[in-house]
Design a protein around this ligand. Structure first.
Ligand code: NAD
Ligand code: GLY
Length: 383
């Protein structure tokens, strides 16, 4: 009996070790601010034991929106508690409309009331909204405490959890207040994507396609071939896809952490996308707005002589293949979009920078785009 028990125990430990061996690791190399991205099915359950070894904080505030808290809050709490780490789950209402200074102020008060001090740390458990809010909160609470990213949407797994951009929106525009503040580690559990609404998955796929266009033609082709496996959430395909996006993002951020130049390529599709998102009163989710923005700048690149029409068509085809919109909805007021474009935080001294594709896998950054060309693209999108 004892031998049987020991055998079962051995098999279970061996199984878990083998699972861990199949995890994919991407490093973000930023000297003393470097950190690992661990990508693995089921990693959420092991966060506690991993954090115990890393000693990032004494006590952890797990920040989650109400939806994610219901789905994964308990599992995350249990993982920490099982490892002997004290943790509190702190919840805010989901949605971009709550990515505000007011939410940050409320969460900061809750941390203070619960006795969080400079030895403690935060965990962002959720999508990009939670990650941006939590990172910003961590950067300013008691003048800065460490934080960990546990992204639960595809968008946050491939983009927002990596690179240290944190912040909130103002009524005047998106992400207008924030800081660069890197997490200590990013844990990506591919299993959580099984509860993600299909529309949110599609939104994340817009950011995935972005990486193919800006840097990796082979990845672009991989996406064209693997569409079915992606929508079926096939483990190997997902891991490969997420890891490649994180590698490209890390490569960019390592060279230009604070967006002085190269990092702007990550905004491909975002300048017009953000304006469309804001003009829709955030009814259009971020990823869909980015998809529209990528098609609009592809048109802009053709119009200004930087891109072949065939490549613009290939970009739109892939975006459509992933069930994303390619034109600005007809009911959105073009004047309002233009107003938001000029308010974009990437505007420097009134100049708007555009990331124009020059082919698949290659982009350029320029502020030398005439307003007439932009107006024409916005006016013609969908007509
Ligand atoms: P989100 O955080 O609002 O998540 C979308 C919705 O999905 C929410 O309602 C959430 O509750 C729900 N959800 C999250 N995970 C889930 C899961 N596993 N199962 C079921 N439901 C789940 O939005 P998002 O699309 O993840 O992120 C968009 C935000 O990210 C925007 O605010 C954008 O500005 C920001 N962003 C930041 C960066 C950056 O570098 N910091 C980059 C890109 C985008
Ligand atoms: N998502 C754009 C950036 O991180 O720079």
């Amino acid at each position: 009996m004892l031998i049987l028990f020991l055998f079962v125990l051995y098999q279970s430990i061996k199984g878990r070790q083998e699972d861990k061996m199949t995890e994919t690791l991407v490093n973000v190399g930023l000297d003393e601010r470097s950190y690992p991205i661990i990508i693995r099915s089921g990693v959420l359950a092991d966060i506690g034991s991993d954090l115990r070894q890393r000693k990032i904080g004494t006590k952890y505030g797990i920040i989650a929106d109400d939806t994610v808290a219901k789905l994964y809050g308990k599992q995350c709490m249990q993982s920490l508690q099982a490892a002997g780490i004290q943790a509190e789950l702190i919840i805010f209402s989901h949605g971009e409309v709550n990515k505000t200074m007011a939410t940050v102020a409320t969460l900061a008060s809750e941390l203070a009331q619960q006795g969080f001090d400079r030895s403690d740390a935060l965990i962002a458990l959720g999508g990009g909204v939670t990650g941006d809010i939590t990172g910003f909160l961590a950067a300013i609470y008691m003048r800065g405490i460490p934080f960990v990213q546990v992204p639960t949407t595809l968008l946050s797994q491939v983009d927002s959890s990596v690179g240290g951009k944190t912040g909130v929106d103002l009524p005047e525009g998106k992400n207008l207040v924030g800081v660069f503040y890197q997490p200590k580690i990013v844990y990506i559990d591919t299993d959580v994507l099984h509860t993600l609404p299909l529309d949110e998955l599609r939104g994340g796929l817009a950011e995935v396609i972005k990486y193919g266009v800006i840097h990796d033609a082979d990845f672009f082709s991989f996406l064209a071939q693997e569409r079915e496996a992606v929508f079926a959430l096939q483990q190997d395909t997902l891991t490969r896809l997420i890891a490649r996006c994180c590698e490209i993002k890390a490569w960019v951020v390592e060279q230009d952490e604070r967006e002085g130049g190269l990092r702007r390529i990550l905004n491909f599709g975002h300048t017009i996308g953000h304006a469309v998102e804001a003009a829709s009163d955030f009814q259009l989710i971020h990823g869909k707005a980015v998809a529209i923005g990528m098609c609009a700048v592809a048109d802009l690149a053709v119009r200004t002589g930087h891109l072949q029409e065939g490549d613009a068509q290939a970009i739109k085809k892939l975006i459509e293949q992933y069930e994303l919109p390619i034109t600005i909805p007809t009911d959105l007021d073009r004047k309002v979009i233009k107003k938001y474009l000029l308010n974009d935080k990437k505007t420097v001294a009134g100049r708007v920078f555009y990331v124009l594709p020059q082919g698949i896998g290659k982009v350029m950054i320029t502020d030398q785009v005439s307003q007439d060309a932009v107006d024409a693209v916005i006016a013609c999108s969908g007509c």
